[in-house]
Write a protein that binds this ligand. Sequence first.
Ligand code: IMP
Ligand code: MG
Length: 457
Amino acid sequence: MSVTIVGSQLGDEGKGGVVDIYGEEADVVVRYQGGDNAGHTVVLGDETYKLSLVPSGAIRGTVGVLGNGCVINPETLFDELDTLRDRGLDPTVRVAARAHVIMPYHRVIDGIEEEAKADLAAGTTKRGIGPTYEDKAGRRGIRIGDLVDPDVLRDRLEYVVPQKRALASDVFDVEPDETFNVDHLYETYRAYGERLADEGMVVNCADFLASRLDDGDNVMFEGAQGTALDIDYGVYPYVTSSNPTAGGVAVGAGVSPAVVADGDVIGIVKAYLSRVGTGPLPTELGGVEGQTPDYDANEGGDDEELATYIRDEGGEYGTVTGRPRRVGWLDMPMLRHAARTSGFTGIVVNHVDTLAGLDEVKVGHSYTMTTRDGETRTLETMPPTTEQWGRCEATLRTFEGWPDVDWQAVADAGWDGLPDAARTYLTYVSDELDVPIYAVGVGPGREETVVLTDPFA
Ligand code: IMP
Ligand code: MG
């Protein structure tokens, strides 16, 4: 059977921790989209592992698969594998032959395009994600399967690299270096191909997963980023270039949608909101220079102190980039949209401990959107355009805050051990979405989780 883990907000909901807990009974953990833009942190005993590409489950000895919907930077892949091996682990990772390769020029172009875009910049991680998916859709990409076939690799490079050189120099006025040199790229990427082949890492993902499912294995699909960063369902153009929503699993891993539908689809929710990058954010508190629109005009707006408190308590600094994240109250229209697009069968709410100690906790229950004609409308879910979203004001509901308590004791005691006010808050979220709570995260460690339902049981 399968379990799918989907971020219901803007990434960084604590998916890695959930994959770690539920992944214990998984035989295979599969990423179906994204690349090394996805920072996930897994705490195992006293050790903290920060990964950006290798599936979290690989830390525990589960087979990790990077599906065809992923974009793979081989340098990151081998760095992470080497680091894990140096720390005494023995990760097993398989990579889809159909997955596209992030080339050095993709990273360079990601950086220079972001500069050029000004107000349209998404604040990307500059890992070359967007440019790689562009080349995939433009049918000029290089795939993992091409790295192990040197003749094909050279042909592809000879076609695409001169275009990239011209783009860099003629459009963006950047002096092309070895990043745009066919021979250099050929040698480097052929060597990655050899290592992939030597380690037996390249698979036909669809066949591989079909046979594991036939054997009765438990397969977990690990989404990266989140629903509001989905290229179709997110806040376009301030999105990533893939589909983190559950629909992405079928095409990104090569399984039937029925495989997803037969299992659980679990939405991961952070008890508040965080965002790395630009674009509107109706429930934002305070603001972050360079990310919050009109930051200078408002100097971050009200609630700066509260925002800083939540940011520091929650460790809201990018795993990959170290950037301070924007923070805000929980946004229910965003969650309703997420629950619907992915068909959540359960949710996990993380970071409930982070909000502890506040007098009151608010949520954006609905939006009041002012149309271009100056009329107002109440919305229960996110509007389809980001311009409309930018004209939404959150209608807040206020909940009583809960105290800071011994969260390990709470985790041991279960649901009834949670402070009353926290349970009221969680019950509201679950009722509004009409989706049961499967677990509640009350601390960064895997033990600090109230588990109510185990999807593989
Ligand atoms: P890209 O995925 O690097 O192209 O970035 C596109 C947008 O998605 C930017 O706003 C990033 O900050 C955001 N983003 C990408 N990956 C993550 C993630 O793992 N967590 C949070 N935000 C992300
Ligand atoms: Mg992250």
